[in-house]
Design a protein around this ligand. Structure first.
Ligand SMILES: *Cc1c(COP(=O)(O)O)cnc(C)c1O
Length: 461
């Protein structure tokens, strides 16, 4: 059943031409890229859905702000503007800019974790998982079981499994150095976390004396889902919802390349300015990122960030944004193509295990689908499955992911309804000939951590 496409709450005043290579050229390019889509050049992708991170279209106001950025090394006016916006929206006392999300993780996580420690999350994003491991600690995913069943339509599939979290807290106590609440739950398919779940998770953390960090890359999309699907919040403003969500955490780390609609930037927040963490964060930031009033960003970036924070929480924008996902998902429903449903906030996560049931996890069905989509229509997507998950850090053995998703991440304010139709048509074509794709891929070279960015692959004959 087709659904209505929600018209863009903006119009276009600048364009960037894109071109589609021939199928023969695309087959050559992906081979030269060693079947790793991260090795492709952006200009060789007709529609680039590799990520929604930093690929967003800034507004005229944000570009205008860039001209007004204050480049003072210390105490830039743009920093104070960002600090004001951060305090206003999140209600946190201390706002630290950093150059992107993983920089916030690098600054914060070693302060709370280390050798012998554990960290529990509703699901770690890959760089967050990497920083837990780099600190010497071990990550434990603790998402509700329905997240692992892509065909099961349930609201808030990103939630923390509270019973499992409490048993972990009981068993390990303070050995758990940090609980991480990822909103929306990226690795589970951009699935939202309910306000109720955030509140109850925080209550458990307080009971056992473990701090909670909000991994807040998609906080605005999460707030929209709370408003849409949690009856108590249907009349609340997005901003009030965000305020309450952030009251259920002690710190936040944020990639601003997502919901803040900028091309680079990140933030770290501490709710209580009296926390001893503030001084430690400043020290780490000076070592890794730069002086704490710029955190690895230019003054102009801070300015765009301060403006984007407000644009990203506008309800009309969020309705259009989530509407794009719902439109694409409805077209896939019509074609019987499975995805993590209901559709989440920043993309459609197609269930490649359903598309290629004959390809086992260790031949990477999701990576296989990504390669087929590129060959079909020049669409670049990304594996969120066993290929991305990698090997067990202790045994070196290939891990078996809970799902095999090919992620069509939708950049913000970039693609139109016709582009979305082209994505759906390409998936339908690949599904038609899915039986002809007999085998998956093997890895011929891989680095030890975050391998999917760099590994080389070859098709299994
Ligand atoms: C993108 C992302 C990060 C890392 O942020 P970068 O800006 O890519 O370094 C961390 N957590 C989540 C949930 C993300 O989506």
């Amino acid at each position: 059943m087709a659904i209505k496409y929600i018209p863009e709450p903006f119009r276009i005043k600048m364009v960037e031409p894109i071109k589609m290579l021939t199928r023969q050229e695309r087959e050559q390019k992906i081979k030269e890229a060693k079947y790793n889509l991260f090795n492709l050049r952006g200009e060789d992708c007709y529609i680039d859905l590799l990520t929604d991170s930093g690929t967003n279209a800034m507004s005229d106001q944000m570009w205008a702000g860039i001209m007004g950025g204050d480049e003072a090394y210390a105490g830039s006016r743009s920093y104070y503007k960002l600090e004001d916006a951060g305090k206003d929206i999140f209600g946190y006392d201390y706002i630290q800019p950093v150059h992107q999300g993983r920089a916030a993780e690098k600054v914060l996580l070693p302060l709370l974790l280390g050798e012998g420690k554990l960290s529990v999350s509703n699901m770690f994003f890959d760089t967050t998982r990497a920083h837990v491991i780099l600190s010497g600690a071990r990550p434990i995913d603790c998402v509700v079981p329905e997240a692992k069943d892509p065909s099961k339509r349930a609201p808030f599939k990103g939630n923390m499994d509270l019973a499992k979290l409490e048993s972990l807290l009981k068993e390990h106590g303070r050995r758990i150095g940090l609980v991480v609440m990822t909103i929306t739950n990226n690795s589970a398919g951009g699935q939202p976390v309910s306000m109720k779940n955030m509140r109850e998770t925080y209550a458990l953390c307080q009971k056992y004396g473990v701090p909670l960090n909000i991994d807040a890359a998609r906080y605005a999309e999460n707030a929209y889902f709370v408003k849409r699907d949690e009856p108590e919040y249907k009349d609340a403003s997005i901003k009030d919802i965000i305020r309450e969500m952030f009251s259920y955490g002690d710190t936040f780390t944020m990639s601003a390349k997502k919901d803040t609609i900028v091309n680079i930037g990140g933030m770290l927040g501490v709710r209580d300015s009296a926390s001893p963490l503030v001084i430690q964060i400043k020290a780490n930031c000076i070592n890794y990122e730069g002086f704490y009033t710029y955190g690895g960003l230019a003054g102009r970036d801070l300015e765009a960030l301060a403006i984007g924070l407000y644009e990203g929480i506008e309800e009309s924008y969020l309705r259009y944004r989530i509407g794009q996902m719902e439109y694409l998902a409805a077209r896939l429903d019509d074609a019987g193509i499975a995805y993590q449903s209901p559709v989440g906030g920043h993309g459609v996560f197609v269930d490649a295990a359903q598309m290629f049931p004959h390809i086992p996890y260790n031949e990477f069905p999701a990576q296989t689908l990504c390669i087929e989509l590129y060959k079909e229509a020049g669409i670049r997507t990304c594996d969120i499955g066993s290929y991305m998950l990698g090997n067990d850090p202790d045994t070196g053995r290939q891990l078996h992911a809970d799902f095999e998703f090919s992620r069509l991440a939708i950049p913000r304010r970039v693609y139109t309804q016709a582009h979305l139709d082209l994505m759906a048509d390409a998936l339908i074509e690949v599904k038609k000939r899915s039986q002809e794709v007999k085998r998956g891929y093997r890895i011929t070279w891989e680095p030890p951590i975050l391998r999917h960015f760099q590994a080389s692959l070859e098709p299994i004959k």
